[in-house]
Design a protein around this ligand. Structure first.
Ligand SMILES: C[S@@+](CC[C@H](N)C(=O)[O-])C[C@H]1O[C@@H](n2cnc3c(N)ncnc32)[C@H](O)[C@@H]1O
Length: 296
């Protein structure tokens, strides 16, 4: 396990992923009933942007830093509001020195009666994660394989909530493992909200994941296509080698407001975070077999 999210925290991919996560979690707070957030690949919770890893790989400067410095039109501000609140909470002195990971974003949104279950397989990272929330009664952090945990953790007692699967994509079979976990989760708990993050690097594999998941949901589980949303952002030509150029999320059972918020956000993010020619975005509010065959 070589992947360390500290090298990437706050980059363009995190901005989209975490903005979507914050919107989905905030939507869950609209009802009084408690909910549970399950983060299968949790990382360390919060990232120090002054640490050695963040200084050696300052990807956050092309992500969260640009967003914080930019003039944000009202619809963009509204779409980013829950994520911005979490970023500000992590930086009370206003200068950007920390970036909230998914657990920290959730911690800023969950209410006292909501719960969060975090899985992280890396031993030292899991210790850091556990320490971070040791006094927070809402949080349980475990050193555990997040894919395998899905069958044990869903459905949660509350029967409301969100599962995020955000793997590092350092194993060759990561898409297969994510697809299996998706099916396990959705068979056991078809009404939960699920966010699947995937890089747009090996485009054949990411498209195959989206297609496979959507076709299985539509044809075998009789899902309504409106309940499968896909949002992607790329900051330069996708076919370039090396550093990540694009990434995005597939959201199953998204809140009905998510598509409109992302439609306000994505064109703006694509312009602001572009790193050269060929930056772009796509948003499918409903994944149908037709939208799936279009590709990028
Ligand atoms: C992309 S990072 C997670 C970032 C985090 N979700 C966030 O948004 O702040 C992926 C994490 O998964 C951990 N990991 C790798 N394989 C895992 C597995 N099978 N189960 C749980 N965690 C795993 C890595 O150590 C890494 O911290």
């Amino acid at each position: 396990m070589n992947y360390r999210h500290a090298f990437h925290a706050g980059n363009f991919a995190d901005v989209l992923k975490h903005a979507a996560l914050a919107l989905c979690l905030t939507h869950l707070t609209r009802k009084d009933k408690p909910f549970r957030f399950i983060d299968t690949h949790a990382g360390i919770g919060r990232y120090d942007l002054t640490c050695d890893a963040a200084r050696r790989s300052p990807e956050w400067q092309g992500g969260v830093a640009r967003v914080m410095e930019a003039q944000r039109p009202a619809p963009v501000e509204a779409a980013l509001a829950p994520w911005l609140a979490a970023v500000r909470a992590a930086n009370p002195d206003s200068a950007l020195s920390a970036y909230p990971g998914s657990p920290d974003i959730a911690a800023s949104i969950l209410r006292p009666h909501d719960r969060m279950h975090l899985c992280e397989l890396h031993e030292a990272d899991c210790r850091t994660l556990d320490q971070r929330y040791v006094r927070d009664a809402r949080v349980k952090a475990e050193r555990r394989d997040g894919y395998r945990a899905v069958s044990a953790l869903v459905p949660p007692r509350e029967r409301r909530g969100l599962v995020m699967i955000d793997p590092p994509f350092e194993q060759r079979d990561e898409f297969v493992a994510m697809a299996r976990a998706a099916r396990t989760g959705l068979e056991r708990w078809p009404t939960g909200t699920y966010i699947f993050w995937r890089p747009l690097k090996d485009l054949w594999s990411s498209e195959r994941f989206d297609t496979g998941l959507a076709q299985w949901l539509l044809f075998e589980q009789a899902f309504d296509p409106d309940k499968i949303l896909r949002a992607d952002l790329w900051v330069r030509e996708l076919e370039t080698e090396g550093k990540l150029a694009g990434a995005g999320v597939v959201v199953v059972n998204p809140p009905h407001t998510l598509e409109g918020d992302l439609l306000a956000l994505l064109p703006w993010l694509s312009d602001l975070l572009a790193q050269g020619e060929g930056a772009g975005w796509r948003l499918d509010g409903a994944l149908t077999p037709e939208s799936l065959t279009d590709g990028i």
